[in-house]
Write a protein that binds this ligand. Sequence first.
Ligand SMILES: [Zn+2]
Length: 387
Amino acid sequence: MTACRVCGAHIAKASYEASAPALTSMMAFIDIPTLAYVCDGCGHAQCADLPDIETFYDTTYRISLESDDHDQIFAVTADGTPIYRTDHQAAIGLRLLDLPQGAAILDYGAGKATTLRKMCAARPDLHPHVFDVSRDYVPAWDGWVAGEDQATYTVPEAWAGRFDAIISHFVIEHVAEPVGFLKTLRALLAPGGRVLLSMPDVAANPGDMTVADHLNHFSRASLNRALQLSGFALETIDSDAFPGAFFAVALRSEEPVAMAIDGDRQEIAAAAAKAREICDFWKQATRRLDGAAKQFSGKRAAVYGSGFYGSWICSRIEADVDFRVFLDQNPQLQGSTHFNRPVLAPANLDQDVDVVFVGLNPLKARAAIAGQAALHRPGLDLVWIDG
Ligand SMILES: [Zn+2]
């Protein structure tokens, strides 16, 4: 049993369980089981706590420190043009936040704060501030964020009530207590200030449900509840601008925010049902993949996709099949290695490979593979995680 991270309701048992190791968002395995829970009180889904969470984010979790490009491409257009995550986030932020001239803006959980840097390049009047729970990013801030506008580990008391806007991209899914986190952000905003949050949308990318360091898997209903409980009035949830993610804007409310009413119950029930459906998908996918690994035992295999799904497949099949290469259409990853295998462009698949395991978001996998001629030759088997 556990308690809901949003509404505190008691959750009797996990809806999905898998034995250790668990896979993190950085494609690293950690020695804990995967446990996913679903709350009927607010429609939230969540994973079990990480051991030693502070150390994990201080010294283990590093996004994009090695290069400016690494891991920053979130999509590739049909003609092969990469789209960079931070360019897209900056554009969405400027569009969704109505930033006054000279606005004081804080990037909370900033990492290198590339998104804020790009917003300030477009709007030189903005006054940037950054915060993260690691000092690893300080060199990336120096030169464009004043020293007194940088904070690590703890936020200065003098920052209370200072900001016209706070952006926090892909942070809230990692925090153990999201309502406490949002209350912290609220206290940093000036009256009338707004927060822009981004986070994975598990309904649009079911793989998120089993990412070990994503402690929260928000639905619209549970995000709305978390904002209400922390003194925010939700203005916008945009689930179209960024594939597989929510972008939400909420206003610091000066009055108590009305709690969910009866009309929300249907939405909560639907969100909980969707989360359980995703947990069932993972149970079936695990069984299917274990069966396929036995079926193709000893065969020469490739895995299409070197992200979360592909890494998970690798862990399930490598003991049985002769797993040789990853295929990935992301040009930044081609030529690298992942779990000791080369990552190749799909067109460069060797003729002697017998089977390709498709490690992509199952909601998009068939459309992505349909356009890859090299995967449609006679004698090549394809294994899908969704049957
Ligand atoms: Zn709940």
